[in-house]
Design a protein around this ligand. Sequence first.
Ligand code: E4P
Length: 218
Amino acid sequence: MRFFLDTADIEEIRTGLEWGMVDGVTTNPSLIAREGRSYLPTVREIAELVPGPVSGEVLATDYEGMLEQGRRLAELGDNVVVKVPLGPAGLRVVQTLRQEGTLCNVTLCFSAPQALLAAKAGAAYISPFVGRVDDIGGVGMELIAEILTIYRQYDFETEVLVASVRHPEHLLQAALLGAEVATIPFGVLAKLYRHPLTDIGLERFLADWQKTGKTFDD
Ligand code: E4P
C-alpha cells in the first residue's frame, strides 16, 4: 500500500520524506491557498522535492481551460499527475491527456458509478473522499469497497486513492480492503506511529535499566 501525503506544506513533506513513509503527494486548491503561496511554483517545488507522483489540480472548469492548465501542470515535472474534477468535461480532459501520455487523478468522487466513469476514461487514480461522505452521515468506506469490487471485476487499471482521510481507522479500513493508495494529512501519518502501550512500555524498559545504575556500555 502506498502512502501519499495530502498537503502543500513543504516542511510536512520534508519530514514525511525523512521518515521514509511518503510515496507521493496530493495537493488541491484549498491546501495551496492555506500556505498563502503562488499556485504553480508550489506544485513545482513539491514535484522537485518528492520522487513519487505529485497531484496538482486544475483551477479551470471548462474543457479547454482544464486541458491548457493540465498541460502546463504536466510540464512542471515527469512525476506530476494532473488532478481533474469529476464531470463530463473533466473526464474528456482525462481521455485527451492520456493520449498525450499524461496521468490523471480524478478528484471529488462520491459514488461508485462516478468511479466507473473515471476508470472508463482511463484515469490513473480515482480519489473517493471518505471523510466527506462520513460528514453527511454516509459510510465512506462502503464507497471504497464498492469501487474496489467493480474495478477488480473488470480488471480496470485505475488505482483507488482513498482521500479525505481523517483518522487512523480510515487508513486501517482502506488497507483491509486492499486499496492501492491512501492520501493522508501529516497529522494522521504522525498518529499512525502512536500507541499508549508503546509509550508506557518504553518508559518501563528505561526506568528498569536506570535502577541498575549502569550505562549502555557497562
Ligand atoms: C484529496 O486529494 C483531497 O485533496 C483531500 O483528501 C480532501 O480532504 P478533506 O475532505 O479533508 O478536505
